[in-house]
Design a protein around this ligand. Structure first.
Ligand code: AMP
Ligand code: ZN
Length: 467
């Protein structure tokens, strides 16, 4: 299995700390609003990564946090608190907002066949662990108190800029605006570990701590929650590219300072989904959610397929036009599969051979598009029907596209139903020809061909057969 590692900026052979086992951590959602389909692209790709690892025989333990406290819209003590903003918007308490949007998130995940991680932990469950890590960082001299907050001291690190191609100057330009307002910081990139004094007079969630009543910074939660469940050495840490800086950079800084050794070996970052006007955002125009796609008549799995058709390390642009194309491709694919009959004995050796081919294809840095190509190769192959169905079932563990689920009438059609369906289409085509709508007539012929039905215009009228 090969994987691109953002830490080294190379595609590397994946070697876990413990043979056969993988510890994997995913930055979870900030539950102040619905997830947009951009967020969900990231979760689909992470789900695929986990499933590829399992498909390849690894025993995976995946942990995800739920950010229900501490995520400010900027890293300094100057941004808005996203949770507080959500609560004010909806006239609810922060915990009500957190519960509502956590449920909504998992509901979306279910619709997209995103497997629930083995452990899901809200940040507010782990305040004691955060306090402990901050105490150790203070003891070790990696943190300091200023203006009644506790900060991480980035000047104590040997190395800080581990991700991306930004140089030190560029990075500083990026954070300068925020930092200039926080005069407590000794260094521009220092970040808050614990707030007791912030601009949020009405901060809803507060806990007692050795430094006074307050609440944690955002980054500390992922370091603590991952260590709580996965120990001091982790194999893979995932998130969207926007998490690289400052979030993941700061996670590494505090985790490795706390531990005194290297923490995570592979960093997996999913590139963004953009809309045609640019980056997807929750405050901009039509807010693209799974529910909105459903309202517009799309099966959420079509969006999963849309995500799988592209590579996770390339930005992806969303448009309804491309989603329509994906919906048509998905329908054709399902219909082709529905026409495969359970025939002959399953050829187990062939199933294994095709399993290995798929593992190699998708195991090459999550090449899901190549996995889809192989699926078509299976359909085109001369394997018998029962073997084909077995291989498709196997692939669908990773793809999770409900490939064998008979949820469309055509897919369930027996011979009589199929005949009725085809005759109906033939009549529709005859009408289209009468109306001189030849494009429509051709489209119907293509639609039938995609389902494995060939029609012929003969002197006796239109005849049809299976391809
Ligand atoms: P948040 O709920 O804002 O913490 O984000 C949840 C996840 O979605 C994080 O891993 C982000 O990096 C990721 N993310 C945010 N915006 C996008 C986007 N437009 N496309 C893909 N992933 C995104
Ligand atoms: Zn995180």
């Amino acid at each position: 299995m090969k994987i691109y590692n953002s830490l080294t900026r190379n595609i590397e052979e994946f070697v876990p700390n413990e043979p056969g086992k993988v510890s994997m951590y995913t930055c979870g959602p900030t539950v102040y609003h619905f997830a947009h389909i951009g967020n969900l692209r990231t979760y689909i790709c992470e789900d695929v990564l986990e499933k590829i690892l399992r498909f390849s025989g690894y025993d995976v333990k995946r942990v995800m946090n739920i950010t229900d406290v501490g995520h400010l819209s900027s890293d300094a003590d100057t941004g808005e608190d996203k949770m507080l903003k959500g609560a004010q918007r909806e006239h609810k308490s922060v915990m009500e907002i957190a519960k509502y949007y956590t449920d909504a998130f998992f509901n979306d995940c279910e619709k997209l066949n995103i497997k629930m991680p083995d452990v899901v932990e809200p940040a507010t469950n782990c305040i004691d662990e955060f306090i402990h890590m901050i105490e150790v960082l203070l003891e070790k001299g990696y943190a300091y108190k200023a203006g009644e907050n506790v900060y991480f001291d980035t000047s104590k690190l040997k190395e800080y800029y581990v991700f991306g191609n930004q140089n030190e100057d560029e990075l500083m330009v990026g954070v300068r605006d925020d930092v200039s307002e926080d005069s407590n910081k000794r260094n521009k990139n220092d970040f808050v570990l614990w707030f007791t004094k912030s601009k949020f007079e009405d901060q809803a969630l507060k806990w007692d701590s050795p430094w006074g009543v307050g609440y944690p910074g955002w980054h500390i939660e992922c370091s603590c929650i991952s260590m709580k469940h996965l120990g001091e050495k982790m194999d893979i840490h995932c998130g969207g590219v926007d998490n690289m800086f400052p979030h993941h950079t700061n996670e590494i800084a505090q985790s490795e300072s706390y531990l005194g050794h290297k923490w995570c070996n592979y960093w997996f970052h999913v590139h963004h989904l953009n809309d045609e006007t640019g980056k997807m955002s929750k405050s901009k125009g039509e807010f693209l959610t799974v529910s909105l796609l459903e309202e517009k008549g799309y099966d959420p799995i079509v969006y999963r397929m849309f995500a799988l058709q592209s590579h996770y390390r390339k930005p992806l642009t969303f448009s309804y036009e491309t989603l329509d194309q994906t919906a048509a491709t998905y329908k054709k694919l399902k219909n082709r599969i529905a026409l495969v009959k359970e025939e002959g004995a399953v050829d187990e050796a062939a199933v294994r051979e095709w399993h290995d081919k798929f593992a190699e294809a998708v195991g090459n840095d999550c090449n899901t598009a190549m996995g889809l190509t192989l699926l078509y190769d299976v359909l085109k192959s001369d394997l018998n029907g029962s073997t084909k169905l077995k291989v498709i079932e196997d692939y669908d563990y990773v793809l999770s596209l409900n490939l064998l689920k008979a949820d469309e009438p055509e897919a369930e059609a027996g011979d009589d139903e199929l005949a009725a369906y085809v005759e109906g289409k033939i009549a529709e085509r005859a009408q289209a020809k009468k109306d001189k709508d030849f494009a429509r007539a051709d489209a119907i012929r293509d639609e039938l061909a995609a389902k494995g039905i060939i029609i012929e215009d003969t002197r006796e009228g239109v005849k049809w057969k299976r391809a």
